[in-house]
Design a protein around this ligand. Structure first.
Ligand SMILES: [Zn+2]
Length: 134
């Protein structure tokens, strides 16, 4: 058993004890709020690790972006089309639906990454993050 905040071993086998001190309890890492999935717009608030997704164009993201970066680039591209006043109404309906789908996918992807980051933080103690390993 280890302290959930500082990862120091806990001198107890009591599974209910999760922190070594009141200070660690107060400073516990915040878990992402997965209720955010109910409102895709809030998903932007889910932390996705030490490197925030970059703002890229669709073709840049398709070449060397992550899944999340590609989704975000597509969202921006579709949002631009929706915002375009010359967009024909019959296209607008389809584009708006597509935009909503992409937002949900972004929310799901952010939640997945947040879970992953959380899991890694919980299991790896002294490992150095190696970006080239992924
Ligand atoms: Zn601690």
């Amino acid at each position: 058993m280890k302290c959930s905040t500082c990862k120091k071993p806990l001198n107890t086998t009591d599974r209910r004890v999760r922190y070594c001190s009141d200070r660690c309890k107060a400073n516990r890492p915040k878990r992402p709020n997965l209720r955010a999935l109910n409102n895709p717009a809030d998903a932007e608030q889910i932390p996705v690790g030490p490197t925030p997704p970059r703002k890229m164009t669709v073709d840049q993201a398709a070449r060397d972006g992550s899944d999340l970066e590609l989704l975000m680039a597509m969202r921006d591209r579709v949002a631009d089309q929706v915002a375009d006043v010359t967009c024909p109404p019959r296209d607008l309906a389809a584009l708006t639906r597509r935009l909503e789908e992409i937002r949900k996918q972004i929310a799901a992807e952010r939640a997945r990454i947040a879970e992953e980051v959380d899991g890694v933080a919980a299991t790896v103690q002294d490992g150095v993050f190696d970006a080239s390993a992924i």
